[in-house]
Design a protein. Structure first.
Lengths: 583, 347
């Protein structure tokens, strides 16, 4: 069930709108419920051929030889492809935005790096013929030692999973074996904290499990073009990737998609389009390449596992004064999108809280398993699990109620975030307050009076002096424990505030669609007001003092009938949880 | 042997759009001679409702009835470039591009109407029901249809618009991680009530109670669909799913839905969501994006509820009966935590 609380933040909105905010029936709903919606696999062609791949049975092995002679002679087989038949047989998806090195073949050539890696593709006039011929391909392997644990993979001497990244880590900024976050002095803060808690968290891989498995159909069009019916989550990502791998100009490919049977991140990789297009080019016939359910489950790119170590410095009054995180994304054998997720994860730390000293080292490690990729909440889901279980532990250690503890440490408008930008448009406290009331979870009066609008005071708004280090240089595992080398002065920002959106209206005098976001520069350190922990600036809100220990209070009184809609933020109290229900 | 009740909570935020920018979306809109509009995109509808969100944003901005707008996506020959549907970016990025395009098309529409009515275009308003009239003088009016016909056959005007929304790529500092990440964040808090059976190790989610702040809600039913579906996924991640149950040991991979565990219909928990709207300064009508974050608070809230019920911390997902029973054994028995609050305030 869903209810709208229009009373909260009401003065930040103009609700005088015509169709926005209405629960109107979807344009595509009649097609979905009557089974008439057409997905990629509803576009069969006369004379369509079927492509199946032969996958490696080994997690890590050198390929000694590939014998396709028997498969080529098998009934119904039109063409058998090996890596040498793929025009550009090495790619990484984010090369389209110039991020990372090409590291993954479409069909393995010298070695396989995970169980299920495609080695040979068979194109036949039926799925059954392709599957039968798959049994006839003979590949000789020399087994190689393998590594499945992210921390083992990073140790010197571990088997090299991915020759493009011989240290088994993604290389950041051509300098480090991980992505750093440094804000304040965590070591000093740990030394001064009343308590230090460190715990290890592990998220296992997850399968996207879409109803529609990955697949595509490519067919010759007129004039040397090819039409591709695709399940891609990014149409032009898939088009650009296919054009690169088969080495044709992008306007020779005509991609059609947009109606997809579930993705959750598992359809960003263009797993099937390049080989389907190549097959159509080489045979002159329509070619369909669809993963079956077992392939989707085992070899269709999962959400990668993440191992996360969280170390926090806590004061007895419940303030978190330092948070240090070391985490490992398990990329599997190739990069795909893990490199990007590590940066998104870094920007997310330390979670929706204001903490004066934060550091993190996020590694992307290669292991001999199916490459992982994006999935719903990419870079954030696993770390949120770790942070919020850790928060539960910290609350208990400080003898505070978990909700009071969240309100005490929540980030607010104007607070400086660890990536050195000012927080705005925050609303964590209000969400806690509303849930507490709905769940009948007692909150102190002070916690009920807090607001996201009143942060950014004193130290909370400033970039602290920050020790820097050269730990983890590429190819230098011996540098992983190096000491800090310099201190970056307080207030330092080195990345330009480049986040101004570009819209056509900016250039030709048309109205801009929305107010554009503007990051504010850090205030100079000289203008520093004295440190006032956890105090709020606006006069009506008294300074928040968490209760020394959690005291369950009696259930709140029943809401008064027909309470007027609240227009105040931060909510004096939530007297009308059900008074403003909308549907 | 008994079933123990427990309650846990978590609060989270979530960034909207590709973290580092470099993340454009384009939209093209045109009218046919009857005043019916087509929005041409390359956005992807994964079931989340991208077509309908686009349609509502276009209709609102054009000022025409929703029935008069059709969204055509995604054909690379006709739909202009878009990065895709991921990173909770669809509504925010594409919505802004559609607003730019729709404003341009609306501008031409009003100019054409002004010519027919012999008034100044700046004095015209739309009623959202297919009519254009002079502000304060509703009798001085023309339909969108008649305007479009005049534009096409008399005036020679193209009622069309083009739009792009781009947040440029930002660099990341190698030493400090300084960057310009997302410009909009959504927020949530969730309470999970569970029981844990100390004999079988089974966890049942009794109910979930949440609040989400999502900026402007474009379509509340589609928000509900996202949040309820996402909560199911969160339960599933917390308690059931993984293709590698003994990770990092890669064995025991599932091959189909018989072997890959997920909650069934009998496991679905009653769920109450409250939505708050703090508009994003750079969002379309203030919209953010609920697509990804809706599973996130469920995982830790369930883990914290299990701890509250029996005193066992399971720090490796999923929280399987095996891990629960091993935890109880290691603790020397069940150690329930304090009761938190009373019965929920909703049914």
């Amino acid at each position: 069930m869903l209810e709208m609380r229009k009373d909260i933040f009401a003065d930040e909105r103009d609700d005088n709108l015509n169709v926005i905010g209405k629960g109107l029936q979807r344009q595509d709903m009649p097609g979905h419920v009557t089974g008439r919606t057409r997905y990629f696999d509803d576009h069969a062609f006369d004379g369509m051929l079927h492509l199946k791949v032969v996958r490696s049975p080994h997690a890590h092995a050198r390929i000694r030889s590939i014998d396709i002679a028997a498969a080529q002679r098998a009934p119904g087989v039109k063409r058998v492809l090996r890596g040498a038949d793929v025009p550009v047989n090495k790619n990484t998806l984010l090369s389209l935005i110039n991020f990372g090195k090409d590291d993954e073949p479409s069909l393995a050539v010298d070695k396989v790096s995970y169980k299920g890696e495609p080695v040979v593709a068979i194109i036949a006039d039926s799925e059954a013929a392709a599957l039968a011929a798959r049994q006839l391909v003979r590949i000789d392997y020399d087994l190689l030692p393998n590594v499945f644990d992210v921390e083992e993979a990073l140790k010197p001497g571990a088997p090299v999973v991915n020759e493009t990244y011989p240290g088994n880590y993604f290389e950041y900024h051509q300098r480090y074996d991980h992505q750093k976050l440094r804000f304040g002095d965590v070591e000093k803060a740990f030394a001064q904290a009343d308590m230090v808690l460190e715990h290890r968290y592990q998220m296992s891989p997850i399968e996207h499990a879409p109803t529609e498995t990955n697949g595509s159909i490519a067919a010759p069009e007129q004039n040397g073009r090819f039409v591709v019916h695709s399940c891609a989550q990014g149409l032009f990502f898939a088009l650009g990737t296919a054009a690169k791998i088969v080495d044709v100009e992008s306007n020779r490919l005509h991609f059609i998609g947009g109606t997809v049977g579930g993705g959750f991140g598992g359809k960003v990789d263009a797993l099937t389009e390049p080989l389907a297009v190549l097959g159509a080019m080489l045979t002159g016939k329509p070619v369909r390449f669809v993963l079956d359910r077992e392939e989707e489950m085992l070899y269709g790119s999962p959400r990668g596992a993440e191992r996360i170590y969280v170390k926090d410095g806590l004061m007895r009054d419940g303030r978190i004064v330092a948070r240090s995180i070391r985490s490992y994304f398990d990329a599997g054998a190739y990069t795909r999108l893990s490199s990007y997720a590590a940066i998104k994860c870094t920007a997310h730390l330390p979670g929706p809280y204001w903490i004066p000293n934060v550091a993190s080292d996020v590694y992307v490690a290669y292991t001999n398993r199916c490459p992982s990729t994006a999935m719903r909440g990419f870079g954030v889901t696993a770390v949120d699990f770790a942070l919020e279980v850790q928060m539960d532990r910290l609350a208990e250690a400080a003898n505070l109620d978990p909700m009071e503890f969240r309100v005490l440490n929540a980030y607010r408008d104007g607070d400086m975030k660890a990536h050195r930008r000012v927080a705005k448009n925050t609303a964590l406290i209000e969400c806690v307050q509303v849930v507490a009331e709905k769940a009948n979870w007692p909150l102190s009066e002070q916690a009920k009076r807090q607001s996201s609008l009143t942060g950014g005071v004193g130290e909370r708004a400033l970039i602290p002096a920050t020790p820097l280090d050269q730990r983890g240089q590429i190819g230098r595992p011996d540098t992983r424990n190096a000491p800090s080398s310099q201190v970056l002065p307080a207030g330092t920002a080195r990345i330009p505030l480049s986040k101004q959106p570009v819209m056509e209206g900016d250039r030709d005098g048309r109205a801009k669609p929305t107010q554009v976001p503007r990051y504010e520069s850090a205030q100079p350190i000289a203008a520093l007001p004295p440190y006032q922990p956890a105090q709020t600036s606006n006069p009506p809100a008294p300074a928040y003092q968490p209760p020394p220990a959690y005291q369950p209070s009696p259930p709140p009184p029943a809401p008064p009938p027909a309470a007027p809609a609240q227009t105040q933020h931060g909510a004096v109290r939530f007297s009308s949880v059900f008074g403003t229900r909308r549907r | 042997m008994a079933r123990h009740e427990g309650r846990g909570m978590a609060s989270v935020n979530y960034p909207i759009g590709m973290n580092l920018g470099g993340d454009p979306s384009q939209a093209l809109i045109h009218s046919n001679p009857d005043g019916k509009f087509t929005v041409a995109l390359s956005a992807i509808d994964l079931g989340q409702g991208m077509k309908q969100v686009s349609r509502q944003i276009a209709a609102e901005t054009l000022g025409v009835p929703i029935e008069d707008v059709y969204v055509d996506t995604a054909d690379s020959d006709t739909g202009p470039h878009d990065m895709g549907s991921f990173a909770s970016r669809g509504t925010h990025r594409m919505g802004n591009a559609i607003i730019v395009a729709a404003r341009e098309a609306r501008g031409v529409l009003l100019e054409a109407a002004a010519e027919e009515l012999e008034v100044n275009a700046a004095d015209l308003v739309t009623d959202g029901r297919g009519n254009i009239h002079v502000r304060g003088a509703p009798s001085k009016t023309i339909t969108v249809k008649a305007t479009a016909q005049a534009a096409q056959f008399k005036q020679g005007k193209t009622i069309a618009g083009r739009g792009i929304f781009l947040i440029p790529l930002s660099a990341v500092d190698a030493d400090t991680g300084e960057m310009n990440p997302n410009t909009a964040f959504a927020h949530a808090c969730l309470v999970a009530d569970v029981t844990v059976d100390d004999e079988t190790g089974e966890v049942e989610v009794l109910r979930m109670t949440s609040a989400y702040e999502l900026g402007r809600v474009i379509n509340p039913r589609m928000v509900e669909q996202q949040l309820v579906g996402g909560a199911w996924m969160g339960m599933s991640h917390a308690l059931y799913e993984t293709p590698e149950p003994y990770y990092p040991n890669p064995e025991h991979g599932p091959r189909d839905f018989n072997e890959y565990l997920m909650p069934g219909p009998g496991d679905i928990a009653p769920y109450h969501v409250t939505v708050l709207e703090r508009p994003a300064p750079d969002g379309p009508f203030g919209g953010k994006g609920p697509g990804e974050m809706c599973a996130n608070p469920v995982l830790p809230a369930v883990a914290n509820a299990v701890y509250n019920a029996i005193g066992v911390r399971v720090d490796e997902l999923p929280i399987t009966p095996e891990k629960i029973l091993r935890g109880i054994k290691a603790n020397g028995g069940v150690k329930p935590g304090p009761r938190r609050g009373g019965p929920v305030n909703w049914r």
